[in-house]
Write a protein that binds this ligand. Sequence first.
Ligand SMILES: NC(=O)c1ccc[n+]([C@@H]2O[C@H](COP(=O)([O-])OP(=O)(O)OC[C@H]3O[C@@H](n4cnc5c(N)ncnc54)[C@H](OP(=O)(O)O)[C@@H]3O)[C@@H](O)[C@H]2O)c1
Length: 264
Amino acid sequence: MEILPGTRVLVTGASRGIGRALAVDFAARGATVGLFARGRDELEALAEELPGNHFALPCDIGDRDAVGAAVASFVSQAGGLDILIANAGIAHYGPFMDVALEHAEEMVRINVLGTIYTVRAGLEHMLGRAQGHVVVVSSGAGLRSFPWAAVYGATKAADRMFAEALRHELSGTGVDLTTVYPGEIKTDLHAHEQDRLPDWYRPKDAVPAAEMSAAIIKGIEGNKREVFHPPLVRLLRIAHGISPKFGDRVLRVLRGGNAAPRVD
Ligand SMILES: NC(=O)c1ccc[n+]([C@@H]2O[C@H](COP(=O)([O-])OP(=O)(O)OC[C@H]3O[C@@H](n4cnc5c(N)ncnc54)[C@H](OP(=O)(O)O)[C@@H]3O)[C@@H](O)[C@H]2O)c1
């Protein structure tokens, strides 16, 4: 889909990281952006800072009524919705038995239900107009789940499967869908858990959020089925697809033994 001045874009998780980079890039192209996240102050400051006219719509995407109301408010203020980006997400890493069940529930609520609520609410306004684009941000962890990120990986695989089926369901409606698989991106996703990141996690290899945003925008413009960034993330899909055992071997070489400690 072409991004033109006046294109109406809704981005969840817009206050920080990948979502913020997307908001900056869309605003620079003259789009009108609906900024979703929980923190009102950050969103209002961003709306002020960006060139053009944008809408700060604080809401918790895990609250289905709140999402529905915020999406409807954006559509009525902006006059429609062309591109919907379900990006907001959280992570809690650690050995499975040490992950508080409250944190596991929070990941499922935000990463899985939040994505479903956002897309459902957005599609209510997009279908019937014969054009539109939905983006679902999954993760490399949705292609191959990693130790110490079992629940996070499960939520991202759920996003992937949700998007995969929906893309086909939307065939013929004029609404397209791209699934995004980020690798390690420099954001605040793990800022609260710097003391318990697994050994295979390599923050020094993380790439700027602006790069991820540029890849997503290219994916929308080229109507790509999938976007992998950094491009090496695609290797997770290929190696694991050939055989999980082969994928483990590749990961042990690239990320060390902790990425796949079980060799039987
Ligand atoms: N960074 C990476 O390495 C990486 C890798 C793979 C996939 N991803 C995925 O990329 C997406 C964006 O992550 P990021 O790295 O940009 O994270 P981030 O820097 O922590 O930003 C997360 C954004 O989501 C918002 N958010 C969190 N919970 C929310 C909720 N309940 N309702 C509404 N907004 C909420 C946050 O704002 P508030 O806290 O104010 O609500 C913030 O704007 C996530 O889905 C993540 O899983 C990231």
